[in-house]
Design a binder for this molecule. Structure first.
Ligand SMILES: Nc1ncnc2c1ncn2[C@@H]1O[C@H](COP(=O)(O)OP(=O)(O)OP(=O)(O)O)[C@@H](O)[C@H]1O
Ligand SMILES: [Mg+2]
Length: 286
C-alpha cells in the first residue's frame, strides 16, 4: 500500500473512464475571488470505486459538479469516456452520469417508483421497459415493498436509497456520490455503506464518491484521492489494496483499520500544515 505523489497519479490506465487534468476552479463573490481547486489531476478506471476525501470547504462538491458538467472549470480539462471534454453544449442529455447529493432530492408528489423512473420517463423510454428497470432497481436497493409509498413516509436512509436507485436508472457510465450518507446517524450510515458495497459488488459501476468517513472510504473504494485544504490540490492517492469481494465484517478487522488510520494521518497532516495559510488564497476581483 503506497501513497503516490500527485504527479504519479497522472498516468492514464488503458480502461480510464474519467480523466481530470490540471483542473482549477474559482468563484467570485462579494468577498472577492476564491480559488476552490488548483491543478487537480487524477483519473478513474472503468469499474473502479474511488473516494474523495479532504477537509470541509476544500472543493470536493465543486469537483463533482465540474465532473457532472454543472459548472465550468477556470482551466484544465475533464473527459468522461470517449465523449471528449465536457462543454456546455454537451450538458443537455448527460445520461451517462448519475449524481446523488448529500440530501435526498426526491419529488414529494411522486411515489418511490415514479421518482426512480423519472429520468427514464423524461427520456421517453417505453412504459414496460421503465417498469421492468424500476422493479429491478428497487429490488437492488431493498425497497420493492415501498414502490407505491411517498417520500414523506420514508426514513432518511430509505430516501437516500431511492436517490441512488434513481441515479442508477439509466445505467450511468459514471456514478457521482456527494456524501450520500452525510445526514444519517452513525449506525444507519454504516448500514448504507454496506448496502452500497452490495450494490457495487453486483453491478460494478464506476464510482467517484465524496465522504468524510475514512472507514467508509476504506471499505468501499479501490483508491482514495486526498485533497488539501482550499484551494484543493491532490496531496495523496492511497491504494486501499483490500481484496474483493469485500464483506461488512472487514470493518472490524485490522487490515481495514490500518488503511483508515493511514487516511486519517494523511488528512490530519495536511490540515495542520495549511491552517497557518488560511485566507491567503482570496485574491482581488479582476
Ligand atoms: N457557488 C459558489 N459561489 C461562491 N463560492 C462557492 C460556491 N460554491 C462553493 N464555493 C466555495 O468554494 C469552496 C469549496 O466549496 P465546496 O462546496 O466544493 O467544498 P467541500 O469540500 O464540498 O466542503 P464540505 O466538505 O463542507 O461539503 C468553499 O470555500 C465555498 O465557499
Ligand atoms: Mg461538499
Amino acid at each position: 500500500m503506497a501513497d503516490h505523489a500527485a504527479s504519479s497519479a497522472l498516468g492514464e490506465q488503458p480502461g480510464t473512464l474519467l480523466r481530470i487534468s490540471d483542473v482549477s476552479a474559482q468563484f467570485t463573490s462579494r468577498l472577492g475571488r476564491l480559488d476552490a481547486l488548483e491543478s487537480v489531476t487524477f483519473s478513474v478506471a472503468r469499474g473502479e470505486f474511488v473516494c474523495l476525501i479532504g477537509p470541509s470547504g476544500c472543493g470536493k462538491s465543486t469537483l463533482l459538479r465540474l465532473v457532472a458538467g454543472l459548472i465550468e472549470p477556470a482551466s484544465g480539462e475533464i473527459v468522461v469516456g470517449r465523449a471528449g471534454p465536457l462543454t456546455p453544449a454537451k450538458r443537455g442529455g448527460k445520461r451517462s452520469i448519475g449524481l446523488v447529493f448529500q440530501e435526498p432530492t426526491l419529488l414529494p408528489w411522486r411515489t418511490v417508483a415514479a421518482n426512480v423512473a423519472l429520468p427514464l420517463a423524461l427520456s421517453g423510454s417505453r412504459r414496460d421497459d421503465v417498469d421492468r428497470r424500476v422493479a429491478e432497481l428497487l429490488g437492488l436497493v431493498g425497497l420493492s415493498d415501498f414502490a407505491g409509498e411517498y417520500p414523506a413516509n420514508l426514513s432518511g436512509g430509505m430516501a437516500q436509497r431511492v436517490s441512488i436507485a434513481r441515479a442508477l436508472c439509466q445505467d450511468p457510465q459514471l456514478l457521482l456520490l456527494d456524501e450520500p450518507f452525510g445526514a444519517l446517524d452513525a449506525l444507519t450510515r454504516e448500514h448504507m455503506a454496506v448496502e452500497l458495497l452490495r450494490i457495487w459488488e453486483r453491478s460494478q459501476p464506476t464510482v467517484l464518491m465524496v465522504t468524510h468517513n475514512v472507514e467508509e472510504a476504506a471499505l468501499l473504494s479501490d483508491r482514495v484521492v486526498v485533497l488539501s485544504p482550499r484551494p484543493g490540490r491532490v496531496t495523496a492517492v492511497v491504494e486501499v489494496g483490500l481484496p474483493r469481494p469485500r464483506t461488512p465484517d472487514l470493518l472490524m478487522g485490522a487490515p481495514l483499520q490500518a488503511v483508515a488510520k493511514r487516511l486519517r494521518k494523511t488528512l490530519a497532516h495536511k490540515q495542520s500544515a495549511v491552517v497557518e495559510d488560511r485566507g491567503r488564497s482570496y485574491g482581488e476581483v479582476s
